[in-house]
Design a binder for this molecule. Sequence first.
Ligand code: SF4
Length: 909
Amino acid sequence: MAASLPYPALYATHGGIWIAGADGAARGLGRGEAIARAAETPMIMLNAPLVGQRLGYPDLSGLDLLELFAFVFPARFAVPTPKGMAHALGLAPPKDDGEAAPFLLRAANALLERMGRADWPEREGAWASAQALYRLRWAWSQPVTGRLQRPERDERWLFSRLPEWEEKAPRPQPKSVRIAPADAVARLALLTGRDAEPREGQKDYAASAAAAFDPRRIEGHPNMLLAEAGTGIGKTLGYLAPASLWAEKAEGAVWISTFTKALQRQLDRESERLFPDARERKAKVVIRKGRENYLCLLNLEDALQGGFAGRAAIFAQLTARWAGYTKDGDMVGGDMPGWLPTLFRRAGATALTDRRGECVYAGCPHYRKCFIERSARASQDADLVIANHALVMVNAARGRDAGNAPSRIVFDEGHHLFDAADSTFATALTGQETIELRRWLIGPEGKARGRRRGLAARLMDVASYDEAGGAVLEAAIQAAGLLTGDGWLQRIGEGIAFGPLEKLFASVRGTVYARASAQDAGYGIETEMAELDGDIVAAASPALEAMELLLRPLMALGKRLEAVLEDAPDWLDGSARARIEGAIGGLTWRTQSLSAWIALAARIGGPADPDFVDWLAVERIDGREFDIGLHRRWLDPTRPLAEAVLKPAHNVIVTSATLRGAGDWAAAEARTGACHLENAAQHFAANSPFDYAANSDVLIVTDLKRGDPAQLAGAYARLIEAAGGGTLGLFTAIQRLKAVHARIADRLARIGLPLYAQHVDPIDTGTLVDIFRDDPRASLLGTDALRDGVDVPGHSLRLVVMEGVPWPRPNVLHAARRAAGGGSAYDDRVVRARLAQAFGRLIRRAEDRGTFVLLSAATPSRLLNAFPPGVTIRRVGIAEAIERVRSGLSTATQLGHQVEQEQAAEGLQ
Ligand code: SF4
């Protein structure tokens, strides 16, 4: 019923632009005409920012089908392409790009028609939401309100519809139990089911992991297992079997920590085998994220009541629709579609979470419904808590959530432990960090609206009750005025820095520009903190004094608050107590940060500490500065990891497909912190059952001129053409990625091979991977995150092309670690690990086939043991590489299709 909507639809790719009239008739048109038509008539489109980018007209707006989808089906998943929409709506997908525009009309009508059905499950709240969106002039308001019936009774507003969590008694200490290896193997058999007998390697894995759950013998000496299991062993079920048995028998929780969201989702799915009943699963398996991932209901209420304007206000309304149906309130990796915030160019998304630690806990009217609080309580009684490395480390390091700190931990994707520890235990004294502290203490400046208030407002009752507390709070507020304030970057740029911290950052900027190289690259620049000039040394002293002036009252305030809690006055009800406890928690880690900043600033002009690497940096994106400051990393971040996380734990398993890299166990011990424990870690290894030698090959292209963007782009285009898409292109520099994309996207699109790119397309990385996975003719270009975290089994990924040897970026931190880690041998270890990870994207299951191409003549042979033994490695010219990809993959393609068809016939997919 395309005629029921009076709007045309517009569809654009790199290959062309099409418009369909309200009657469904479609035609191609030029860019100029498309922009002119879009400016005068509201048009239906799919992902307006992306269409705008394809047309070279970023301000394009219209009736975005994705916004309508988010309204009709909040908290439901859909790949944001015509095919993905067709799948989500049960419609026939368009056969080609030319048919996509009329399809958008059909999809829009189907969505609107869904709202008219009696069995529409997401009806509750839609009427009130549509009315609010109408007032905000949402583009879809007319057709939506026209199809919605006013409910007979007024709808409950969102905040009363959400369920409340219940307070529970603290969980007793886990019992001391042992898991017999045979029991773990029996549990594994139950999990894998009769159709898929556990394999030998997987059984051995489960048995080894069982022993790692034995009771700890000496405090500070955790039972630690390092387990390398090649891809395809089935390691997740291998550790879930003993972990779930232990949790059951000991009545305690095992934390499963991952690095990527993809693995978190996989674990969530695999837990269905453990607990097929959805209600039981909800109680037993909990996913926990950092609090900055969750929607803060108080921030949402502010936004709905006028705190947001324009497009951000529309986003807040759609977020409220989602909040009524979400599983857990996670806006970042949960059931909010990753594309939704990007449709609004991320306006408002950050402000709806609790990024700045302004939570007022029990003082919040939504405390009993708060998603963050609910998730924290749910994990108290869970058997399995699925979290990420950063959260596990932060919980341990900041001593938050003391009664619920992880003590039995499985670190999956353990090869990322080093990097996760590196960021968690880092110190950054920068303009952005200091302005955040200032806002936390004294609230936002200027015309900022909403409930964002400073600490003084949050602790007003304490200040008036406890005179000494009031005095130190006032002193802290005064001292916070010396931190960077709004507009600091601009003032520094204009040479009118204000206050001691801004003046220090101005000196840092001057030093970095004077000393750094690659100034024209447009991205971050830095210089080591050595041999600093008098100017910056002089600027450091007043900054240090200012920070010390702030630290003293903050520490005193923490003590005063503890005293108030101990000697509780009459007015201190549960709500006020929780609010003060929240403030103490916030003060504790902020005073820790402030102390670390002071130590770092004191380094200017002082002696270097051999445990740390310090440098000065100006952060930039596309030449635009966004932060300036001083940075400190541990030379070996596994040292604080061992102290704060490993030693207090009872049982730790660190596992990965590439734990040793191409090195030995000593390398794995060094990368995981096991080398800092007094007791020895156990080791386990099982090779991948995949036949890499038969199913994959490596081509090293030897005749491309280094640094020639035209040759590089040409090679990518021809390889992608030869493979018919299905290519993951990996880059070490964003600029080269952009240059290659700009040269080849149109050419490939014209032959029906869509090309997507991280850092180019206005789409989040997770959604880009979803699009890539869903379309076997699509290809995707990206950088580090794609090298490590893409799990695309099957035919959609059959060629990986790397632009060159992935040498580490030669920055200050790398130079220090290289010097400490054996010079070029250190670089080789890093490169081998990266090559192994990139190659690992190719073969995700036994039937997968593919080719790995490295576009670098200068690939040293010593690095080639990064690839699995037996895989054929050929050094060839680009012409031969293209021919091999074309012929090799045509065989693989046929085989891949054949396997998929057979699996479909057997009902296995
Ligand atoms: S309790 Fe805190 S995080 Fe939760 S809704 Fe209230 S202010 Fe936001």
